[in-house]
Design a protein around this ligand. Structure first.
Ligand code: MRU
Length: 413
């Protein structure tokens, strides 16, 4: 379907380097920097996204510990939270200090390595971390992968138990680092696979929630594709759903888009329908928190509504996620456990009640989009199009999974 281009009125985002940003704090030991200090030569495309690492491992004497960029405080300030034990990390994960599927996998991995480095009960730590948020499958995936590396080393070693435990703790840390490196590489591969799916130039992309460098050891999932488009001069505008109730779009995606120098505008979630109706969206790109074996995608609440709108308006709806987000043990969308969060996240805004005190709220963190609504799934191993159980199986890297999967041929690589 050919869409008419119309000019839509947007409220300017404010001066790129003006005084509209609150000063950043340098909390704890992080190399915090004001968001508006990103080097920028006027007139040039500047594509830098993050200065403060989203997650950092601290060795002794500072650690062992995990330093997290506190995403609950963005964009106002870039503050660091130090997690010195698994309980602190669990709390940070529940409060969304660190959030978004791939980085939760990395956080879960380093959390188990932390337990090992401290000599804590590593299996119990993996269990506790994996349960901190039930929908994002990467969390449990990362935690289990490091636990397995730890246990393998512990069981295999000839050393005395105490010494072997130290060697196993190092193996756990090495595995966590490998997961982070693989995530960064996956991010780059997804950007490369996703870019050709966009209109050749001047794409107006709508995205939901946050899927950039804040959720990844690399440049993210859907946002990595958007960034690639921006760098290639193929992004006309990024439409950023504010993403109620916790505003990951307005607070975090806009933060990343602004730092990257993109032309972007934030819209209330409720405005998306009229944006489609005005013919202002060429493609929708989102990430995923868990993808069932049948291709159903759990992602931030509101994603399903966008998929329905995209179908209604004949706009491609593309999901970008690493293979680690596909849960082959979950057969379909109805089997995905959806996290429900506190009523207060809906009934309060910035600490102020916006509904009568005591109001009940419906606050699922995620919804499920059936595979039939998804035009393509971009992964680091290729593009599944159409999104079918058979095409997903081609991506399955578990031992023993590949032989049967190779019968399927409709993958694009
Ligand atoms: O509740 P959040 O902020 O952790 O939800 C995150 C999302 O829904 C993202 O869209 C998702 O993790 C995919 S991006 C990697």
């Amino acid at each position: 379907m050919k869409r008419r281009r119309r000019t839509t009125t947007i409220v300017p985002a404010g001066p790129r380097h003006g005084g509209d940003q609150p000063a950043a704090t340098r909390a704890n030991r992080g190399p915090a920097q004001r968001a508006d200090q990103v080097p920028h030569a006027p007139g040039t495309a500047h594509t830098r996204t993050m200065d403060v690492p989203v997650l950092r491992w601290l060795d002794p004497p500072e650690g062992p510990a995990i330093a997290l960029l506190d995403q609950t405080r963005l964009p106002a300030e870039e503050a660091i939270v130090i997690c010195g034990d698994v309980a602190a990390l669990e709390d940070a994960i529940r409060r969304l200090v660190v959030r978004g599927a791939p980085i939760l996998g990395v956080a879960g991995a380093f959390g188990v390595a932390l337990a090992a480095a401290r000599g804590d009960d590593v299996a119990a730590a993996a269990e506790a971390i994996g349960g901190a948020r039930p929908t994002a499958v990467n969390l449990v995936w990362g935690a289990r992968r490091v636990l397995a590396a730890y246990q393998r080393c512990l069981e295999a070693g000839p050393e005395k138990p105490h010494h072997q435990q130290r060697i196993a703790a190092q193996a756990a840390l090495d595995e966590a680092r490998a997961i982070a490196a693989q995530d960064a590489a996956a991010s780059a591969a997804m950007a490369a696979y996703g870019l050709p799916l966009l209109p050749p130039r001047g794409a107006r992309i709508l995205t939901h929630c946050n899927s950039g460098a804040l959720v990844s050891a690399g440049e993210g999932t859907a946002f990595a594709v958007i960034l690639a488009a921006h760098r290639a001069g193929r992004l006309a505008r990024l439409w950023v759903d504010e993403t109620r109730p916790l505003l990951q779009g307005a607070r975090l995606t806009a933060y990343e888009a602004r730092r990257a120098g993109m032309d972007y505008a934030v819209l209330p979630d409720a405005a998306a329908a009229s944006l489609f109706a005005a013919g202002e969206v060429d493609i929708v790109l989102t990430g995923a928190d868990r993808i069932a074996a049948d291709g159903s995608v759990a992602n931030k609440i509101g994603t399903y509504g966008l998929a329905v709108l995209a179908r209604q308006h004949d706009v491609p709806f593309v999901v970008v996620a690493p293979v680690s987000t596909i849960d082959f043990d979950t057969p379909d969308g109805s089997a995905i456990v959806l996290e429900h969060r506190a009523a207060r996240e809906v009934t309060f805004l910035a600490g102020q009640a916006i509904a009568p005190l005591g109001s009940a709220a419906y606050n699922p963190a995620f919804d499920v989009t059936p595979a039939a609504f998804i035009t393509a799934l971009v992964t680091e191993r290729g593009v599944a199009q159409p999104v079918t159980a058979g095409n997903l199986q081609v991506l399955d890297t578990r031992p023993g999974a590949r032989d049967s999967a190779l019968t399927e041929t409709s993958m694009e690589r």
